[in-house]
Design a protein around this ligand. Structure first.
Ligand SMILES: NC(=O)c1ccc[n+]([C@@H]2O[C@H](COP(=O)([O-])OP(=O)(O)OC[C@H]3O[C@@H](n4cnc5c(N)ncnc54)[C@H](O)[C@@H]3O)[C@@H](O)[C@H]2O)c1
Ligand SMILES: O=C(O)[C@H](O)CO
Length: 323
């Protein structure tokens, strides 16, 4: 059995994976060789950030299981993989602590006007400018999976009203006032001063936040996206910022990455952009390898891995999520 890896593992991680699957041959392809080596894999653990010829992988007819090292599965859920019988498991929720920290960095940065103060500081300008508060606001979280739940827990002490939507609106945490099904997005948008996107990108959610939906939000509200850029129609967001409909946007992800040099978002002082670093943490690779090893042992014992996704939806049912 050949396990092909494509995420930034160290020797200690390879040793740990080998202990979980003693008879396997482990090949660390890295981004440089993943396209070449993926067709030779029985098991793929990783996240290919370079283009992969999935048709060639499927024609090789060897791949038995994909363990994604990312929570988002848009990198591997191509139509051929969705139609195949290859099971795919995700890293759902694994990076929730750091994604929540990133969300708070973007949120407080916008509310406390850091883009304006940083621009002023660069000119040694000490002028006081108005700022905004978190307390008392209504925050709407779109997607109450691992990330959304961690963010709502961290919001709880801030004296905010929290609303959320989810595809499986079960187990409402006590700090959330209303947990609605995903098709009540319009109600959430209309009621929220701050919207935080933490849902997956799939064919239903691509372009979900368009001009009409941005117009449903109260004038002067804030948008934070730590999910996938293509959930928002970026040109509509640019217009909503220009008109003042949206007071600020915190974007860890953009429609196309890297964000084009010519994007108007770069120069807008109402926008904070970070280069898709929400999942970054010193602990990310350790945590990913731990999950991969738990799942490898389950797989080798003939059990379903945790976080097995419904490939048409692109995320797992809450009952199979690894906690
Ligand atoms: N910025 C980053 O670096 C970063 C890091 C991790 C994850 N992500 C992105 O965030 C997403 C969420 O990550 P997670 O770990 O919380 O995943 P998760 O699988 O734990 O949660 C996703 C949740 O979204 C819900 N959902 C699906 N469709 C929905 C819809 N239309 N409306 C509302 N809710 C919907 C699901 O029911 C699920 O509860 C990932 O799919 C990924 O794209 C980004
Ligand atoms: O989906 C994820 O886990 C992050 O975006 C990193 O790829």
């Amino acid at each position: 059995m050949r396990i092909v890896l494509c995420f930034p593992v160290l020797d200690k991680h390879i040793k740990q994976i080998q202990e979980a699957a003693p008879d396997a041959e482990i090949v660390n392809a890295g981004q440089e060789r993943i396209d070449e080596l993926l067709p030779t894999a029985d098991i793929f653990i990783g996240h290919a950030k370079v283009p992969v010829d999935w048709d060639r992988v499927l024609r090789a007819n060897r791949l038995q299981w994909i363990q994604s090292s990312a929570a988002g599965l848009d990198h591997c859920l191509v139509p051929g993989v969705i139609a195949s019988n290859i099971p795919v498991s995700s890293a759902s929720g694994l990076f929730a602590p750091q994604v929540a920290e990133q969300t708070f960095a973007l949120l407080f940065g916008l509310l406390r006007q850091l883009p304006l103060f940083l621009r002023a500081a660069a000119k040694r300008d000490f002028t006081r400018l108005p700022t905004d508060d978190l307390r008392g606001k209504t925050v709407g979280i779109v997607g109450l999976g691992g990330n959304g739940r961690m963010i709502s827990r961290m919001l709880a002490p801030w004296n905010v009203r929290i609303l959320a939507t989810d595809y499986y609106p079960v187990e409402k945490p006590s700090e959330i006032e209303e947990l609605w099904p995903h098709d009540r997005l319009d109600d959430l948008l209309a009621a929220s001063d701050i919207v935080i996107l933490t849902l997956p990108l799939n064919s239903d959610t691509e372009g979900l936040i368009d001009a009409a939906r941005l117009a449903e939000m109260p004038r002067g509200s804030y948008m934070i996206n730590v999910a996938r850029g293509a959930v928002i129609v970026e040109s509509a967001l640019v217009e909503a910022l220009a008109s003042g409909q949206i007071a600020g946007a915190g974007l860890d992800v953009t429609e196309v990455e890297p964000l084009s040099e010519s994007s108007l978002l770069w120069d807008d002082p109402k926008v904070i952009i970070t280069p898709h670093v929400g999942a970054q943490s010193e602990r990310r690779v350790d945590d990913t390898v731990n999950l991969a090893c738990v799942n490898l042992r389950r797989y080798l014992a003939g059990k379903e891995p945790y976080n097995l996704v419904d490939k048409r939806l692109g995320f797992p049912h809450p009952s199979v999520v690894y906690r």
